[in-house]
Design a protein around this ligand. Sequence first.
Ligand SMILES: [Zn+2]
Ligand SMILES: [Zn+2]
Length: 289
Amino acid sequence: MGNTDKRNLLDIAEQMLSKYPLCDQCLGRQFAWLSTDTSNRERGRSIKLLLSMQADEQIKSGDREGGLKILTELAGNGSFGPAGTLIKKNGIDPPSTKGCHLCLLEERSVFGRTSEIAERIIESTKNIEFATFLIGCIPVPTLAEREEELRALFSLLRGEPLKSDFNRELGKQVQKALGKEADFEHSDIVIVYNMIRDTLDIQINPIFVYGRYRKLVRGIPQSRWDCTACGGRGCESCGGTGRRYPDSIAEYVGIPVQSLAQGAGFKFHGAGREDIDALMLGSGRPFVV
Ligand SMILES: [Zn+2]
Ligand SMILES: [Zn+2]
């Protein structure tokens, strides 16, 4: 810190590009906490544009060698087209572009795959009813490690992790394609993209139903009561049913809720236990399923 705060952002970016190939997105992400109402891609591209302007100025004011050195880094490691054009204008062949050090997975940027992954998400959620979603991902450890290494090397303090950058970029695509909202607190479904395996996992969050029940006859237990002799397997004393009582409040309430929600199971919680022979009159006992 201290000293690093006074370092010039453009100088740091130039040093990074002299050492590593970095795409706009990944360069910009190292400065993600700086400024707002923009994107990491725009941050990265803006830095490269400014660096190429500085380099052009250097060349035009006599430091041809110094300017060309920076333009070569920008055109090669930065894959920045305008720098290549400037190099050509100076009568030199520009270097070939290089794949990004921080986001390349099997020769392709993980950010370049987001529209494709979004399409797969739309396909695999088409039979699920939901209004809000949340995107998560399991990043590739090697990419996360490289980023940590780079941040330590250049004392970068304003970056955000690849993971949250990727989640946001993918979330934008899904939001646009589905017309549904991303919700960071109470989403109906959570979609997790596994970068390592290139797979999707869709988790459907449980729904909660609150109500009150009245019990007008005696002899129904609140929760399912298995046969104490066989523990539910079925025996002589329970007539093979495995149960001590055939029904329960939990099932009378829970099973219709489960089938309405097309759920795979339910949990019933009554506000307080009650005796099998007790009645519940008046406004009833609160419950949550
Ligand atoms: Zn990248
Ligand atoms: Zn039994």
